[in-house]
Design a protein around this ligand. Structure first.
Ligand code: PPE
Length: 305
């Protein structure tokens, strides 16, 4: 990975190599952390964070779900991120804030352990490749089910949840695919390991809701708004696997994945087997918005200075 000069830790900027933690930190053993994935884009106003407030508010919400009290507010963490980007002289970057139960006591109850806070930012290009953004990716329906809210909290970006995602991702890649699609334990579509899923059928756009155990994606929420503004009909809907096979177009959304078309699932060609026209329209608009070129959405971007 590309490193930078500083990482923010518990209120201070520390050199990248010194942002370390004790091996007996609670989160390392039990997955008791929450994180965010945020991007800043290069715009005419300098590096600008996409939907910054929503991301830091979701971080605090994730902490609330796992009963963790952050020592920093959403606003303080956002201010720290802006400073970090400026100090690291980054133009565009991926931002990873993390709150975790640190070193103190072992045992499952994290209650008495300190809550450590870190924010790192580094240059991270396309998540599923330039080629994937343009021509679409190949997915595998995972043999791993997406975690259910009776087992783990799907709306929290908790570090523990991501073993579920990592297992699905590894399986898909080792079977020769680019990415996984997970069903939930009721058999409807949940999401990708780090992406929400959208379907286009007969000109209408669909995605699922929290009831299907999908993370409530901030990119997804933004795309729904963009679709409305573009006059593309949209509905929330639970989906089964067959509907994916019959879709005209499918695409993933996510901070890391941005808007990535899906061209194949388990060897079956989806739609035309290429990026569909509605996907392309939405994708183009997304990149215009994040780069600050469509000023109608300028309040979705927070400049760093
Ligand atoms: N579902 C999951 C499970 C998920 O992790 C993400 C983001 C999304 C949906 C999309 O949410 P949003 O970014 O708010 O639109 N995944 C993050 C982590 C990816 C990683 O590999 O790490 C991300 O995209 O930053």
């Amino acid at each position: 990975m590309k490193t930078t000069e500083f990482i923010w830790k518990n209120g201070k900027l520390v050199p990248w190599a010194e942002a370390t933690t004790h091996v007996l930190s609670h989160a390392l053993h039990y997955g008791t952390g929450v994180f965010e994935g945020v991007r800043a884009y290069d715009t005419a106003n300098g590096p600008s964070i996409f939907r910054a407030k929503l991301h830091f508010d979701r971080l605090i919400d994730s902490a609330k779900i796992i009963e963790m009290k952050s020592l920093f507010t959403s606003t303080q963490l956002l201010d720290a991120t802006k400073d970090l980007i400026v100090q690291n002289k980054l133009k565009s970057c991926y931002i990873r804030p993390l709150l975790y139960f640190g070193y103190g006591e072992m045992g499952l109850n994290p209650g008495n352990n300190p809550v450590d806070a870190v924010i790192a930012a580094w240059e991270w290009g396309t998540y599923l490749g330039e080629e994937g953004l343009k021509n679409g990716i190949r997915c595998k329906i995972s043999s791993w089910a997406r975690l259910d809210s009776r087992i783990m909290p799907p709306l929290a970006k908790s570090t523990a949840n991501y073993l579920n995602s990592a297992l699905a991702k590894r399986e898909a890649v080792s079977c020769g695919f680019d990415e996984a699609i997970l069903l939930n334990i009721n058999g409807t579509i949940a999401e990708g390991p780090g992406e929400n899923l959208f379907l286009v059928k007969n000109g209408c756009l669909y995605t699922n809701s929290a009831a299907d155990c999908a993370l409530q994606g901030i990119t997804s929420q933004s795309i729904i708004q963009v679709a409305k503004d573009l006059g593309i009909p949209f509905e929330y809907k639970s989906m089964i696997r067959d509907e994916l096979f019959l879709a005209d177009e499918l695409f993933f959304t996510g901070t890391a994945a941005e808007v990535t078309p899906i061209r194949e699932i388990d060897g079956r060609i989806i739609g035309s087997g290429k990026r569909g026209s509605i996907t392309e329209t939405i994708q183009n608009k997304f990149f215009e918005i994040v780069s600050g070129k469509d000023t109608k959405y300028s309040d979705w971007l927070t400049p760093c200075s």
